[in-house]
Design a protein. Sequence first.
Length: 729
Amino acid sequence: MKSIGVVRERGWVWHATTEDPRYIFSLRFLRPQFLFIFLEPLNEPLDPVLFLDRGHGFNEGESLSLVCAGPTGYIVSLKELREVSAIRFDPCSATASFQFWAKRLHFANRLDTFLERLTTDLTAKKGYAPRFQHIGKRDATSMCVSDRLAIARTTKDHFSHVMMLAKQRTNTPICSTGSQQVPFISLVVPVYNTPPKYLKDLVESFHDQGTAYAELVLSDDGSTLPATLELLNTLRGKPGIKVLIHSTNTGIAGATNRGIASASGQWVGLVDHDDALSSCALEQVFSSIQRFPDAKFFYTDEVITNPKLEPVGYILKPAYDPVLLSGVNYINHLSIYRRDLLNRIGNVREGFEGSQDYDLLLRYLTNVPPSEVVHIPFPAYKWRRVSTSFSTKFQDQSVQSARRGLADHFAPAFGTIPIVAALDPTLHRPRLDAAISDWPSVSIVIPSRDAFPLISLILENLRDKTDYPNLEIIVVDNGSRDSRVLDLYAAFGRSFPKFTVSIEVAPFNFAGQINRGIRLAKGKHVLLLNNDVEVQSADWLKEMVSCLAYHRVGIVGSRLLYPDRTLQHAGVIVGFGDYAGHWFERKPEKFPGPFARLMVRQSLSAVTGACMLISRDCLDAVGLLDEDDFAIAYNDVDYCLRACGQGFRIVWTPFASLIHHESASRGSDETPENRQRFAREKKSLQDRYRTAEFCDPAISPWYSRDRSNPCLVMLNELPPARTGWHVRQ
């Protein structure tokens, strides 16, 4: 490294003596894969600029202006900039003092470890985390810069980082101005023989919130443990605490309802007696209530702790999703209800022990639109994992209580339907198909060309292994020459009356072929199906069609497995890899995912077109696939996002599971022409939806987006609260 116009004062501290300071790095020998540059202003923001030398010296045309308002690490991806022979880094354009150092990283697999250690060290020593920016290649002639976030090594490290961000955050003071009143929250805690240590932890975590706009209501339910009663008596009259003593044990519902009845707040949060609040929890709730004054319900993330309240895991939640909620109580804690709406539905119901909170959520949220349900992606609640809780000791009873609550929830719209086990026996599958007596017609559109083993198998599977009474099959063929395939079409048409083949010799355009099939479709709904899919269970299509019964669902996707029975499609996350990608690809078939959500139905922003059911209402509103900008890739993602824009929900179900011999009938994508086409379609997706910055409501903002199996990332600031999918009512 060569330096010009700067002097080292001490250690990493440098001083720019001119208005044109610079550091120059030669890359001619022992070229690394990455160059890491660290810069931190010591008095005022800096305006660094990066220059590239592609063999003709440094010039303004090969420069990239950067931002440095705080500690920043720049990761220059030299493996993408192979033609660059030297790099010049100008830290500022005026005299200034700053911290600066650089490191060459020769092995790509060491980058994440390096960033993790640096983040942990700086957080521990200075109380801040740096911002990382990745500098790479946009196309053949230009550079681009994007944020690169460090990966957390442990939940404990990540939780410490989140708490640090919360304490550093400067919020507008909570105050009453005009019609905007200060929210007042009552935290209601049903108490029964609580170990004093646990109750003290809860009270201490409440007092640590440092706010006068909340109260803690301890509603005792006939405790007999002398130490518990003694502690409750000492807490009487303490600031912000109400203690209610009941002489007999009536159950958790009665204790909770007595606490709600005595609550003073407009808002009520329910807290278990052996849990605690995280630092700044109520501050995050208060600011969210003031940001969304018309909302009816708020919920936060949770940190799972051991009995000592040390973080051991997370429950990081998506934006509000009633479909996911019908399979698992992912909302749980901390939930904040409007007290008047709670009273209107009768508060907590008796007889649902172990799942009384789940039953309450289902009843409360029934008529609340997604736009009025707010997720606060902050781990505000410490869930102490102990073996003495009711739902742990009496799991079977808790599961049955949950299913009775779900049955009541669905009864007004569907009548009596079974609620059975999901892929995880403790989770739930409402059998919506039980409410359907007249199955609507479905047109299955299959693009194909030659590939006799594949097309013969899927046609046979649809005829002989699919239990659906009202099918139309349309094969859109772009020029088969295999006589076996042509004979198959003729023979299959004689055995299956509603069978159509449209053969048109044309260059491969997946979206165009699909559109040709949709124009021919007569069914009430249309299923897009690849020719390399294999049916596993007869009821797969009934499951997909039944999912259209959820409110405003326009698209349903299935679970797809590779032939080795690892996951191929468990949903598409928009923003993965800066574009869109399948999450948890290649995980085992029974991989549960976060809080076992891959075991139940859920809403997503996109699903794959390899097996995608589209309702006729959605087709009429959204139209056809875009065969101009997305001929081969991302046409399914584009279509799903367009459907979301029209107010339709997209559901993925694991109960329709098929084998996908992915791309078995396609040629190589590695030809120069195909690579150029793929690059154009990626650019179209990014230009249309800004996918590099897209925060998919299906996942937590704390998840990395550069890999199929997401990790915890160290964000530079707390993510904002968010409402659910914008589904029309």
